[in-house]
Design a protein around this ligand. Structure first.
Ligand code: GLP
Length: 240
């Protein structure tokens, strides 16, 4: 794993440049996308680059990591809504080529064929990840098998507390999600992970210095052949 340390602004720019390079090299790239606060700067940079004509997303396909069970795609905390608001509505992407797991209706059937669907598109070329304070990636909480594919996950109590800041009340935070598994994520050809802030320091320490264990889901990334960890000084503070 490579590590890049910089301000949130800087690392967001660097990751956006990785996406731009990827799409300019292969216009029909398959991009793996994440939600959460961490990738917001990256998406803002991609919107800007698209408006400036530095990159076009018209032929790309995207697959998102996860979705809350129980929220319609129109709910303002659903990850489909997040992606539309923060990226898809502002770039020249073909929305029919954007994939976000469903949180309602036939969500189980859709989840079951998600990994196959990714394969049909040729596999993920570049995957962006955030990280939970407990070391989760997507919604793969501690204890998730390393060989997991897309599945239904129970959110850890700490994740419900972390994510409640975005809801009116903690009781509104869904307790379950559909998520790509750890194996689904490891299948991506290239991975970039972004983490900022002191509350990610322990997870980043465990990722970079800890043993590879299912108790720390992100530690599986130690085995990925092309994974770069982008952090700010606060997230990196326990490693130095
Ligand atoms: C959620 C998402 C993760 C994300 C994490 C961190 O739990 N399922 O994909 O990485 O939150 O979010 P944030 O970037 O807001 O700290």
């Amino acid at each position: 794993m490579k590590v890049v340390v910089g301000s949130n602004e800087k690392i967001s720019e660097l990751i956006a440049e990785e996406f731009i390079k990827q799409v300019n090299k292969k216009p029909n790239s398959v991009l793996g996308l994440a939600t959460g606060t961490s990738p917001l700067g990256v998406y803002a940079n991609l919107v800007k680059a698209n408006k400036e004509g530095r990159v076009s997303f018209k032929d790309v396909a995207t697959f998102n990591l996860d979705e809350y069970i129980g929220l319609e795609g129109t709910h303002n905390q659903s990850y489909r809504y997040f992606m539309n608001e923060n990226l898809f509505n502002h770039i020249d992407i073909d929305k029919s080529r954007t994939h976000v797991l469903k949180g309602t209706g036939d969500y189980l059937a859709y989840a079951k064929q998600y990994d196959e669907e990714i394969k049909k598109f040729g596999g993920i070329d570049l995957q962006i990840l955030g990280i939970g304070s407990d070391g989760h990636i997507a919604f793969n909480e501690p204890g998730t098998p390393f060989d997991s594919l897309t599945h239904v996950a129970e959110l850890a109590e700490s994740t419900i507390v972390d994510n409640s800041r975005l809801f009116n009340d903690i009781s509104e935070v869904p307790t379950k999600a559909v998520t790509m598994g750890l194996k689904s994520i490891m299948n991506a050809r290239k991975i970039v992970l972004i983490a900022t802030g002191k509350n990610k320091a322990k997870a980043i320490y465990n990722l970079l210095r800890g043993p590879k264990t299912e108790e720390v889901p992100c530690s599986i990334l130690q085995d990925h052949p092309d994974c770069t960890i982008y952090v700010d000084e606060d997230a990196y503070s326990l490693v130095k």
